[in-house]
Design a protein around this ligand. Structure first.
Ligand SMILES: Nc1c(NC[C@H](O)[C@H](O)[C@H](O)CO)[nH]c(=O)[nH]c1=O
Ligand SMILES: CC(=O)[C@@H](O)COP(=O)(O)O
Length: 165
């Protein structure tokens, strides 16, 4: 469903588990910082609003979205108690095909990290044609993708706990 048809911050129709038992890593790309900072604020506030403890949220910056894969891997390798990692970035189309390579690399990369560690790694990366589309999805008219990424992390961490028994 296109984002224009579903607000990224509307979870009124869903049951959200408590985040209190879980530890979260957040890797945030510094490229397009005015956008990614808004994504982080959305994710952090959503985690707290659902019961996460501030001391259980571990935030690290990486230079760009391409480095989110390495960031997620480093977080899970060095903080093995993490229950989920949220990757936040904003890739905006430029004049060249660089956009395509970054978007594909980080989407595939974070998926591979999730499989490597058997831990949820959430793809909270905006991949937009222009800055306005990014603004609209980082706290604008379409909500905040950081909110969506945080709620997804809570749900996946809770699923993992449930399956472990
Ligand atoms: N153009 C954008 C980038 N480019 C930088 C790459 O992510 C990477 O840091 C560089 O290629 C060195 O490995 N990154 C974004 O996050 N967003 C962009 O729009
Ligand atoms: C996504 C990018 O790397 C891009 O913003 C860089 O711009 P350009 O393709 O014009 O070099």
């Amino acid at each position: 469903m296109a984002t224009q048809l579903k607000n990224l911050s509307d979870f009124s129709a869903t049951q959200i588990p408590s985040a209190a038992p879980y530890k979260f890593g957040i890797a945030v790309a510094e490229w397009n910082a005015e956008i990614t900072n808004a994504l982080y604020q959305g994710a952090y506030q959503s985690l707290i609003a659902n019961g996460a403890l501030p001391e259980n949220i571990f935030n690290y910056a990486v230079p760009g979205s391409f480095e989110l894969t390495s960031g997620a891997d480093l977080l899970l390798k060095n903080l093995p108690d993490l229950d989920a990692v949220i990757c936040l970035g904003c890739v905006i189309q430029g004049e060249t095909r660089h956009f395509d390579f970054i978007c594909n690399a980080v989407a595939n990369g974070v998926s591979n990290v999730a499989i490597k560690y058997a831990k949820p790694v959430i793809f909270g990366v905006l991949t937009t044609d222009n800055q306005q589309q990014a603004i609209d999805r980082a706290g604008g008219k379409h909500g905040n993708k950081g909110d969506e990424a945080a709620i997804t992390a809570i749900k996946m961490a809770d699923m993992a706990k449930t399956l472990k028994g």
